[in-house]
Design a protein around this ligand. Structure first.
Ligand SMILES: *[C@@H]1O[C@H](CO)[C@@H](O)[C@H](O)[C@H]1NC(C)=O
Length: 452
């Protein structure tokens, strides 16, 4: 959940070099038409779905939370009448099934598959379905503005998922009493995998990380042969033996048996085991730049990659091509220029500044990506908005940020990043934060920023 009180310095691999955007208007004219055509088609589709879903007559009264009509639409089952039992049993009916770390779950792939077969209404889109998880501590934050910051970070995740169609589970209880701080996410991921067999991917995003490109979509196709995606760099793990070779604050893990097995092995280095102390020593002696003696989740994962590469490495994708998760200190200073770059694009091209419904955001985002961001690059040195900005070492809740950051730079950085992200959302609601740090709003003029 919360990162340890140590900076996780990122050494980002050099990404595509920055370059000047060319005028793409002519190039994208046909795209523009396609886009309008696509939008029209989508409209027709939504319209017909809408007329299909709108009940013309509904004689049945609402039977409360599990009312008949609701249960039908949610699962395709029509058995949820009082006194009737479900026809088929699922893995949930096995008394020995556990949601907890330390109780290995077997044949998960078959169980999940069987469940999906019994719930065919979830078949469509099952391959790409994502459940986003995040969480924070069970008690109030010590930092007086901590809970407010966490609320804004959480709102940001809800915004992103509303636009891109992922589900969100936010947890603020310790699912395993001994697995606190950075280990607390593992039990949450484990339980969520069982609770959400319809989700193919579980996406953990630390509470102090936020989406700063609301248009960017996870390139899931790229990960089709992998089960775990983390922001990382092979040379830092295998050559430099650095504990910052990857960042475990954001990861995407496939809901499958392989992941169940990995979680068990990974968690076996955690504070709930009698081996915890010994693991601290092993990790520190293997990764010399590790700053503190306790075994931590991030170094543990790097250890697995380093020591058992044949076993795990093949299915772990080290994503270094874009900011799957980016170090805030490297990013904050680039935000003003990026904002200006995007304004230029929008002054140049009417489609990009055209008002539209929030639900159409993905299409407009894809249009910008296709026509205007091809040469923007990704990650360090890029003028594309960074996908995820992670306030590593800032500790918004406790307030005990790392001493290497000057007082205020963490909080100012967060406010800037939150406003930067929020402006992308609020635009669809007709408003904008004019000030980078201030949370006040102004109405957005028509055709902004053409005549700004
Ligand atoms: C922002 O753009 C200005 C003008 O092009 C440039 O001088 C400056 O170095 C850029 N700043 C960053 C952080 O990239």
């Amino acid at each position: 959940m919360v990162s340890p009180d140590h900076p996780r310095l990122h050494t980002t691999s050099p990404m595509a070099k920055p370059s000047v955007p060319r005028n793409k208007s002519s190039f994208c004219l046909s795209d523009s038409l396609l886009f309008i055509g696509g939008a029209f088609f989508a409209l027709v589709l939504v319209w017909s779905l809408w007329s299909f879903l709108t009940p013309t007559t509904d004689p049945s009264p609402n039977l409360g939370p599990l009312g008949d009509s609701q249960s039908k639409s949610a699962s395709g089952a029509d058995w949820l009448n009082c006194g009737e039992d479900s026809a088929e049993t699922t893995f949930y009916d096995e008394p020995e099934l556990s949601y907890s770390i330390g109780k290995p779950l077997e044949n998960w792939d078959e169980k999940r598959k069987e469940w999906l077969k019994q719930h065919p209404s979830f078949a469509a889109g099952a391959r790409d379905r994502v459940l986003l998880l995040s969480g924070s501590q069970p008690s109030p934050c010590k930092n007086p503005i901590g809970d407010h910051l966490l609320l804004r970070f959480f709102k940001n995740k809800v915004d992103y998922c509303r636009i891109h169609g992922c589900d969100v589970f936010y947890n603020n209880a310790l699912l395993h009493p001994k697995m606190g701080s950075y280990w607390a996410k593992l039990p949450v991921v484990r339980a969520a995998m069982v609770a959400h067999p319809e989700a193919e991917w579980i996406w953990w995003v630390d509470s102090d990380a936020l989406f700063t490109d609301m248009e960017f979509k996870l390139p899931l196709e790229r990960y089709k042969d992998h089960n775990l995606v983390v922001h990382g760099w092979a040379h830092l793990i295998y050559d430099d033996k650095s504990w910052t070779g990857l960042n475990a604050g954001v990861f995407l893990i496939r809901n499958c048996q392989w992941s169940m097995d990995l979680m068990e092995v990974w968690a076996s280095m955690g504070p709930q085991t009698p081996e915890y102390k010994r693991w601290g020593q092993i990790l520190r002696s293997t990764f010399k730049d590790k700053l503190f003696p306790e075994s931590d989740d991030q170094t543990g994962l790097i250890y697995l990659l380093y020591k058992e590469k044949e076993k795990w490495g093949e299915k772990i994708y080290l994503e270094g091509e874009y900011y799957f998760e980016g170090y805030w200190h490297e990013i904050i200073g680039t935000m003003d220029n990026i904002t200006e770059r995007y304004r230029e694009m929008e002054r140049e091209e009417g489609t990009l500044r055209r008002r539209h419904a929030e639900i159409e955001s993905e299409q407009y985002g894809a249009y910008r990506t296709r026509c205007y961001l091809k040469e923007a690059g990704n990650g360090r040195g890029s003028w594309r908005r960074p996908f995820v900005t992670h306030f590593t070492g800032c500790q918004p809740c406790s307030g005990d940020h790392n001493q290497m950051y000057a007082g205020g730079s963490c909080w100012d950085g967060m406010r800037r990043a939150l406003n930067f992200a929020d402006n992308q959302v609020l635009r669809k609601f007709g408003f904008v934060h004019r000030d980078r740090l201030d949370s006040s709003l102004s109405p957005l003029p028509f055709d902004f920023p053409a005549a700004d």
